[in-house]
Design a protein around this ligand. Structure first.
Ligand code: FES
Ligand code: FES
Length: 175
């Protein structure tokens, strides 16, 4: 039987939602993306295709990168959710090393896809701190960038994955 109370943690903060059709309750078909954006004001995860095809809405759920537009809040009871907002220092606002690398390597243009790409990358690196180029490409195969920033994304991820040697010469003086 479906639960009518959902407890979850988002970026280390605990929340409880009541599922139902009454005033103040969350409809059973509400997606995690809508809950994050519309109820918690966490707007880094973007709504683009809204059908699981582009990766712009990617967050980390219990260690895995998932499209939050295809995840129901009602299926998140007991889950740990991390969004892009959860990566920076909550007190100082200092960016994580991963976020900073994307800036250092100019790994975005408009930035609409970037939160999803960073969260997919974080999930990968948490499980595999030194992925191969092939593993990086495979992990990011569901994240699309209309601005064609993929080459710089791969360079940023390669750099943080511990193989910056090939890149340093190219980027010398530009960072
Ligand atoms: S908005 Fe969720 S995958 Fe595109
Ligand atoms: S930087 Fe514009 S869609 Fe990726």
């Amino acid at each position: 039987m479906a639960k009518d109370t959902i407890n979850l943690s988002v970026n280390g903060i605990d929340y409880t939602f009541s599922i139902g059709d009454n005033f103040g309750q969350v409809p059973c078909n509400e997606t995690l993306l809508d809950t994050l954006r519309n109820r918690l004001n966490l707007t880094a995860a973007k709504k683009a295709c809204d059908e699981g095809a582009c990766g712009c809405c990617t967050v980390i759920k219990d260690g895995d990168a998932v499209p939050s537009c295809m995840t129901l809040l009602a299926d998140c009871d007991g889950c740990q959710i991390t969004t892009l907002e959860g990566l920076s220092d909550p007190v100082t606002g200092e960016l994580s090393e991963l976020q900073q690398k994307f800036i250092d390597y100019y790994a975005f243009q408009c930035g609409f896809c970037t939160p999803g790409i960073i969260m997919t990358t974080k999930a990968l690196l948490d499980k595999n701190p030194h992925p191969t180029e092939e593993e990086i490409r495979d992990a990011l195969s569901g994240n699309y960038c209309r601005c064609i920033s993929h080459y710089h994304v791969f360079e940023a991820v390669n750099a943080i994955a511990g193989r910056p040697e090939d890149l340093d010469e190219k980027w010398e003086g530009r960072r």
